[in-house]
Design a protein around this ligand. Structure first.
Ligand code: SAM
Ligand code: SF4
Length: 505
C-alpha cells in the first residue's frame, strides 16, 4: 500500500469521539493551572495528611497532587521522598524488575520536533530488522545477557505496521538459546508503538503482548500542537490520548502511560498523568500498569529548544516522588536515558522497573556483543538511534549494584501468564498481596539468572542476597506465607539449581 493511502486509513475518529464530552477530552489545561495556583503554599499538616492517604494506596485527587507539587520546604520534601520509598516497598517489596528495549524499525511518517527518527531528519540511516535480524538480536538478549523481558519499539510507518509487529513478537517468543544450565528465552514482550485501532490492538493481544505503552509526550494541548506538526498522524492529540482506552477495549489489560519531560512545565505533566490515571480507573476500573517519565535527550539534527523546560536533576527526583504518592499502586519505570548517578539517586523514590545493557541502535545488540574485541565495541551511534542514552552499563553490573543497594533484581514474568493483569492485579496491588507473590518469583528468577548468566563477582553477592531473601520469607511464616508456600519455594529453588526452569507462583 502507498504510504499516503496507509496514513489516511490509520485514525478512526469514531473510536475516541464517544469518550469525549461536548467535544472536550479529559485534560483541561486551564483547570490544571488553576489547581496548581489554588494549592500554593500548602500547610505542612495538610501535606502530612496527603502522605498518609498515599499510604492507604488510594489515588490522590488533583488538588492533593497540586499541593505536593507546591511544597517548598526541603525538610518536607525529605518526608515526601522517604514516603515514596516506603510506599513502593509496601506494594512491591525490595524488588526491581529489569528489561531491555529492542528497536525494530526507525522508519517514521511523523515529524516530532524532538526525535531523531522524525521524517525530516535525512541523516538518519533508515533500518528495519528482518525476522532473521530479530532472531539474532533476541539470541544476544536472551542467550548472552540473560534478559527475560523486552520492550519492542517501532517508528510509525507502513513498513512496520501491526502485522510486522506481530511477526517480530512471535519470532522473539520462539527463540530458545542454550545457557550455562538452562535455557535463555524471552517470556514477556511489551510494546512501545504508535496509537492503534481496536482491530490492530486485538492482533497484538492475540500474539501475547505484555504491556502496551504509549507516551502522551505532553498533556499540554498547545505545546502538543507545536511539537507535532500539522498534517502528521501524531498531530492528533485525542487519537493518542485515548489509545489506552482502545487497548483496554481490545482486551490488553496492562496499559502504560508516560510523558516526555522537558517539552512543557513538569508540574503540568505530573497533573496530566494523574488525570489520565483517574480517567482510566473511572472508565475501566483499571489504572496504568506503569508510568514512565523519560527526560528529553540530545538527538541528531534536533533544532527544538530543549532548554526552555529542561527538568533539573532535583526537580526530576521531586516529580518521581510525587508520581509515586499520587498513583501509589502503579509500576514506575526509570530508563537508561538517565546517567548511572541519577539512577542511583532516583531509584529509591519508588522505582519498580529499569532497563540495562540498553542499546537503541537498530541491530545494535548483535553488532556490539558480536564484536570480536571489546575495543571494537561502539556502544552508541547517533546516526542509527533515536537519542543518546546516559547509562550503557551491562546488566551484570546493574544487577550487582542493585544487590549492593539492597534490591533484588526480578526477572519474573509470571503475572500476566497466570492472569494477574487488569482488575485482578489492581486488587492485588491495592491489598499489598502482589508484592508477596513477587518476592517468591523474584527469588526463583534471580536464582535462574545467577546460574545462567552472572559473572563470578555478581554471583558471590547474589548468593548472599538469596540467603537473606529466603530467611526473610521464612520469618514471615505463618502470617504472610504458609508453611506449604515456603516448602514449595524451597523445592522450586532446589529444582532450579539442578537445571529446571520457569517454575513460578
Ligand atoms: N513512534 C512511537 C511513538 O512515538 O509513540 C513509539 C516509539 S518512540 C521511538 C518512543 C518514545 O521515545 C516516544 O514516545 C518519546 O517519548 C521518546 N522520545 C522521542 N524522542 C526523544 C528524545 N529526544 N529523548 C528522549 N526520549 C525521546
Ligand atoms: Fe516517529 Fe515516535 Fe520519533 Fe515521533 S517520537 S518521530 S512518532 S518515532
Amino acid at each position: 500500500m502507498k504510504e499516503t493511502t496507509w496514513v489516511q486509513n490509520v485514525i478512526k475518529e469514531a473510536e475516541y469521539d464517544h469518550y469525549m464530552t461536548g467535544g472536550k477530552d479529559f485534560i483541561d489545561d486551564d483547570k490544571i493551572w488553576e489547581k496548581i495556583e489554588k494549592n500554593k503554599s500548602p500547610e505542612p499538616a495538610r501535606i502530612r495528611s496527603i502522605i498518609q492517604k498515599s499510604f492507604n494506596l488510594e489515588l490522590l485527587s488533583p488538588d492533593e497532587t497540586a499541593a505536593l507539587l507546591n511544597v517548598k520546604d526541603p525538610h518536607l520534601w525529605d518526608e515526601i521522598f522517604d514516603a515514596a520509598g516506603k510506599i513502593k516497598r509496601k506494594v512491591y517489596d525490595n524488588r526491581i524488575v529489569t528489561f531491555a528495549p529492542l528497536y525494530c524499525s526507525n522508519f517514521c511518517v511523523n515529524n516530532c520536533l524532538y526525535c531523531g527518527f522524525r521524517s525530516d531528519n535525512k541523516d538518519e540511516k533508515r533500518l528495519k530488522l528482518t525476522l532473521d535480524d530479530v532472531r539474532r538480536e533476541t539470541e544476544v538478549l536472551a542467550g548472552k545477557i540473560g534478559h527475560k523481558r523486552l520492550i519492542v519499539v517501532y517508528g510509525e510507518h507502513p513498513v512496520s505496521d501491526v502485522n510486522y509487529m506481530a511477526d517480530t513478537i512471535r519470532t522473539i517468543y520462539d527463540v530458545k538459546v542454550k545457557a550455562r544450565k538452562g535455557l535463555g528465552e524471552i517470556r514477556r514482550v511489551n510494546v512501545n508503538a504508535a496509537p492503534m485501532s481496536v482491530e490492530d490492538l486485538r492482533i497484538l493481544k492475540d500474539v501475547g503482548v505484555g504491556t502496551y505503552q504509549v507516551f502522551q509526550e505532553t498533556y499540554h494541548h498547545k505545546t502538543y500542537s507545536e511539537v507535532h506538526p500539522k498534517g502528521t498522524l501524531k498531530a492528533n492529540y485525542q487519537w493518542r490520548l485515548y489509545s489506552m482506552h482502545r487497548a483496554l477495549e481490545a482486551g490488553i489489560d496492562d496499559v502504560a502511560i508516560g510523558a516526555l519531560f522537558g517539552l512543557y512545565d513538569w508540574r503540568f505533566e505530573v497533573m496530566g498523568l494523574l488525570y489520565h490515571a483517574i480517567e482510566l480507573e473511572k472508565q475501566f476500573g483499571i489504572g496504568p500498569h506503569t508510568v514512565s517519565f523519560p527526560r528529553l535527550e540530545e538527538a541528531q539534527n534536533v533544532a527544538f529548544d530543549t532548554l526552555k523546560y529542561k527538568v533539573s536533576d532535583d526537580d526530576f527526583k521531586k516529580l518521581v516522588a510525587v508520581l509515586r504518592l499520587s498513583i501509589p499502586y502503579t509500576g514506575m519505570i526509570l530508563t537508561a536515558r538517565e546517567s548511572a548517578r541519577v539512577r542511583r539517586e532516583v531509584l529509591p523514590m519508588g522505582i519498580t522497573q529499569t532497563d540495562a545493557s540498553t542499546k537503541i541502535g537498530i541491530g545494535a545488540y548483535s553488532e556490539i556483543y558480536g564484536a570480536e574485541k571489546m575495543s571494537e565495541r561502539k556502544d552508541q551511534d547517533l546516526g542509527k538511534q533515536q537519542f543518546m542514552i546516559g547509562d550503557p552499563r551491562d546488566l551484570d553490573d546493574v544487577v550487582r549494584e542493585l544487590a549492593q543497594m539492597g534490591y533484588i533484581t526480578s526477572f519474573c514474568t509470571a503475572g500476566y501468564r497466570c492472569g494477574r493483569t487488569g482488575t485482578n492485579i489492581m486488587t492485588l496491588l491495592k491489598t499489598e498481596k502482589e508484592g508477596q507473590f513477587c518476592k517468591l518469583n523474584a527469588i526463583l528468577t534471580f536464582r535462574e539468572w545467577l546460574d545462567d548468566f552472572a559473572s563470578d563477582e555478581t554471583k558471590k553477592i547474589g548468593e548472599e542476597l538469596i540467603k537473606k531473601e529466603m530467611a526473610e520469607v521464612k520469618s514471615r511464616m505463618p502470617k504472610i506465607y504458609s508453611e506449604k508456600t515456603v516448602s514449595t519455594l524451597e523445592n522450586y529453588h532446589e529444582r532450579i539449581k539442578n537445571g529446571e526452569r520457569d517454575l513460578y507462583f
